[in-house]
Write a protein that binds this ligand. Structure first.
Ligand code: NAD
Length: 484
């Protein structure tokens, strides 16, 4: 398959190139091979994208919600029909196994387009009676031109999670994917046009952080939605604040997964595996601090080790492979350095810990036991396949320790005690909590973080409020009383 796109950017319904932009080399993480060469957006390209998104916005917003929704739902159907081809691109962009991408990525993107396409026709304001016949009505208005900036772990999903609610509300978007994974979103832009989206409503520009930063500060931009690290989030949020722009920040995490001794052990082990090793650990909401009640520690670790012997690491295009490489050599180096720190700081390596000889950026699924709260691997987001297992005695103790983090993206609890499950979930400081499962992200449910993990929510009806604002119109049915 040829992964070289027709051009780097997709603006005003067409592929556009400007070869004077900084080169972006797309590397297949499984082999280290160069599979495509693109260029970062130049000021001329950015101007073209912003102008076309601005020009398209009023007429897009003037359509009925049902008309906008029809386009999004048609695009969802087309994405589903092309799921395998899109998954092959996603696998080459990210290195994630085809077994995963055919289920998780384009499918989740299609869900978002279908869900928000379905909602578009029912977006309304309200009527507020005020007495003496006076009333206020509210008009739900689009924000205008929105910017989406993506991380590299879920390029298709992130683009669709941002574009679907934005477009449903009548906004237009300029989207910049991560420089590491620029390919798949170009296909989404193509599909949207084929589905009937007017030119200029969804545009893709490529680039590094500087391109993102330029977009965020442009005065024409009304809203910025970022998925990325907390460090980038701080910069983007601050830059957006200068122009008083709306923001959604989907940032990193160091989420706790609490396993009580009355839990179903196999389910708990499955939850810990899903919450640490899916996408080779490159998932923001991963439950990387696994708190296991002391009584079941040995049984938990034994079962986990047994299960890990069946991992299929290898060629991501082989449908039997369920564990692929990390996205880049740089990410592999970062993960290796955390593993070295874990060992130096006294954690006990139970499983994995080694990178595989090249080519490709493979790291074994790694488990540390006897991890203590103050160790670096228990504090910092690693964004790789490294699980830290920590012991605990009591519910009170584990809640305090689970919450003792700057992040607040997700949290999970495994227990068969119904009352305890809900009590613990109510006390965990996290945007998404799971009881007896982990890392589910259906489009119907809000997703997002508290504390340093972010601001705002994606998915669900709540996302509508982050891509629209209410105008209130006071209507007087009476004479105006003035004091003089
Ligand atoms: P990153 O912060 O390095 O980059 C994210 C995006 O921001 C990229 O497109 C990058 O080019 C751009 N960028 C960098 N500097 C910028 C600046 N100053 N202004 C504007 N844009 C800028 O993150 P990453 O390494 O691509 O992704 C991994 C991180 O993303 C992890 O921390 C992970 O937890 C987080 N993440 C969060 C979610 C979520 O939904 N909460 C989902 C996936 C990933």
């Amino acid at each position: 398959m040829n992964f070289q796109p027709k051009a780097s950017h997709f603006i005003d319904g067409q592929y556009v190139e400007d070869e004077s932009g900084t080169p972006i080399e797309v590397i297949y993480p499984a082999t280290g091979e160069l599979i495509a060469k693109l260029h970062s957006a130049t000021p001329q390209i950015l101007e073209k994208a912003l102008q076309s998104a601005q020009a398209a916005q009023k007429s897009w917003a003037a359509l009925t919600g049902t008309e906008r929704g029809r386009v999004l739902r048609r695009a969802a159907d087309m994405i589903r029909a092309q799921n395998y081809d899109l998954s092959v691109i996603e696998t080459h962009d990210t290195g994630k196994p085809i077994q995963e991408t055919t289920v998780a990525d384009a499918n989740s993107g299609a869900d978002a387009l279908e869900y928000f396409g379905g909602l578009a026709g029912s977006l309304t304001g309200e009527h507020i009676p005020l007495g003496r016949g006076d009333f206020v009505y509210t008009i739900r208005e689009a924000l205008g031109l929105c910017v989406g900036i993506g991380a590299w772990n879920y390029p298709t999903l992130i683009a669709c999670w941002k574009a679907a609610p934005a477009l449903a509300c009548g906004n237009t978007m300029v989207f910049k994917p991560s420089e590491l994974t620029p390919l798949s979103v170009l296909k989404i832009a193509e599909i949207l046009i084929e589905a009937g989206l007017p030119s200029g409503v969804f545009n893709v520009v490529q680039g590094y952080g500087d391109v993102g930063a330029t977009l965020v500060t442009d005065p024409r931009v009304a809203k910025v939605s970022l998925t990325g690290s907390a460090a980038t989030g701080r910069k983007v949020y601050a830059a957006a604040a200068a122009g008083m722009k709306h923001v959604t920040m989907e940032l990193g995490g160091k989420s706790p997964l609490i396993i009580f001794d009355d839990a179903d052990l196999d389910n708990a082990v499955s939850g810990a595996i899903l919450g640490n090793f899916f996408s080779s650990g490159q998932v923001c909401s991963n439950g990387t601090r696994v708190f296991v009640q002391r009584g079941i520690k040995a049984a938990f670790l034994n079962r986990l080790k047994e299960r890990l012997t069946t991992v299929q690491i290898g060629d991501p295009m082989d449908s039997k492979t369920n564990f692929g490489p990390l996205v880049s050599k740089r990410q592999l180096d970062i993960v290796e350095s955390y593993i070295a720190k874990g060992i130096v700081e006294g954690a006990r390596l139970v499983s994995g810990g080694k990178s595989l000889p090249g080519p490709g950026f493979y790291m074994e699924p790694t488990v540390f036991a006897d991890v203590r709260d103050e160790m670096t691997i228990a504090i910092e987001e690693i964004f790789g396949p490294v699980m830290s297992v920590l012991d605990f005695e009591s519910e009170e103790e584990v809640i305090v320790r689970a919450n003792a983090t700057d992040f607040g993206l997700a949290a999970g609890v495994f227990t068969n005690n119904l009352v305890r499950a809900h009590r613990v979930a109510s006390k965990l400081q996290a945007g998404s909590c799971y009881i007896n499962t982990y890392n589910m992200a259906p489009v119907e449910a809000p997703f997002g973080g508290s504390k340093l993990s972010g601001v705002g929510r994606e998915n669900s009806k709540l996302a509508i409020n982050h891509f629209s604002e209410m105008k209130s119109v006071y209507v007087s049915m009476n004479d105006v009383e003035a004091p003089y």
